[in-house]
Ligand binder design. Structure first.
Ligand code: A3P
Length: 321
């Protein structure tokens, strides 16, 4: 079927915009700089479509993060918490589906032409994205009271995790096996969806301005006390645990269902692949799941450099790493 006239015009404008943007190439991938952020080329049409057309519902929950900060875990937790009345935990979809198949990646869905699938999702919808706060459309930030949960992780562990991930999903791109190159890009604020500090600060500030709309959590705190994070998420999204549920140890059951060891060892996450635009091995989302793995990859000097850069960027914000 021929596209409608305004769809065609939109496509032309988008092509013109994309061809005018600064570009950089990593192996076989192209990245485009738009609104002070480097985007993987494949996702940018999805981001632009979201900026133009995404209409949130007030019951929506958006899971935001910088990649490799615990998105998979947050997807599993939010889904298990919010769907606990629908799915008994012992027969939960998370036992047979990768968390990324339970919670849609919004720009990926839009870029893959699955906008209507997102629209057809029943409320309350849970959707994930890595878009910086400053790039979210007014329909989300100003004109909606939908909720956003952001998970932040020590940037040194993010970087190490990103490097392992790249090597796992793109083994053919040999230059990425140089950790030092990625490290330098990170320090220059030049990695995808970044700079990392802007991605984090945008949501942190929003969480201070609008604490009922934006919940800011840390991966390391979640590791230390997952049950408290589960209760905080449930409270934030408006479905706190009842006394009866607490006595029945539902919180503990959710913590266990979504734990790294439990998810990593499920058949569905050991084999198989997932992804709307490209297929990635499901196992690539479960590596070590700990805090401080950077110590095995960076010298004290390299770590100090990142910490100093980040402290400088965070100065006066009230946020520390
Ligand atoms: P490591 O590579 O350091 O192990 P994302 O989901 O944002 O892509 O982040 C992936 C990181 O989260 C990986 O970190 C992965 O192992 C870790 N992770 C995945 N599931 C987890 C879970 N249930 N609990 C804790 N960490 C988890």
């Amino acid at each position: 079927e021929a596209p409608a006239v305004d769809e065609k015009a939109e496509g032309c404008n988008q092509d013109r915009l994309m061809s005018s943007l600064p570009t950089k190439v990593y192996g076989k991938r192209r990245f485009l700089k738009y609104q002070a952020t480097w985007w993987p080329e494949v996702f940018l049409p999805g981001v632009l479509a979201i900026q133009r057309r995404f209409q949130p519902r007030s019951s929506d929950v958006l899971l935001a993060s910088y990649p490799k900060s615990g998105t998979t875990w947050m997807k599993a937790l939010a889904f298990a918490i919010m769907s606990r009345k629908v799915y008994p935990l012992e027969e939960h979809p998370l036992l047979r589906l990768n968390p990324h198949d339970c919670v849609v990646h919004l720009p990926g869905a839009y870029a893959a032409g699955k906008e209507s699938v997102v629209e057809a999702l029943p409320s309350p919808r849970i959707m994930a994205l890595h878009m910086p706060y400053s790039t979210l459309p007014d329909s989300v930030v100003v004109n909606s009271d939908c909720k956003i949960i952001y998970v932040c992780r020590d940037p040194k562990d993010v970087l190490v995790s990103l490097w392992h991930y790249y090597n796992k999903v793109r083994p053919d791109e040999a230059h990425l096996s140089q950790f030092h190159d990625l490290y330098e890009s990170f320090c220059q604020g030049d990695t995808i969806f970044g700079p990392w500090w802007d991605n984090v600060l945008g949501y942190f500030r929003a969480s201070l301005d609008m604490p009922t709309r934006v919940l800011f959590l840390r991966y390391e705190d979640m590791l230390e006390d997952t049950a408290s994070a589960v209760m905080a998420i449930a409270h934030f999204v408006g479905c706190p645990f009842s006394g009866e549920e607490e006595r029945a140890k539902v919180v503990e059951a959710i913590v266990k269902l979504c734990s790294f060891d439990e998810l990593k060892n499920l058949n569905t996450n050991k084999s198989g692949s997932h992804g709307l635009l490209r297929k990635h091995a499901s196992s690539s989302y479960f590596r070590k799941g700990v805090a401080g793995d950077w110590m095995d990859h960076m010298t004290e000097e390299m770590a100090h450099r990142i910490d100093t850069i980040v402290q400088g960027k965070f100065q006066g914000s009230g946020l520390n790493i």
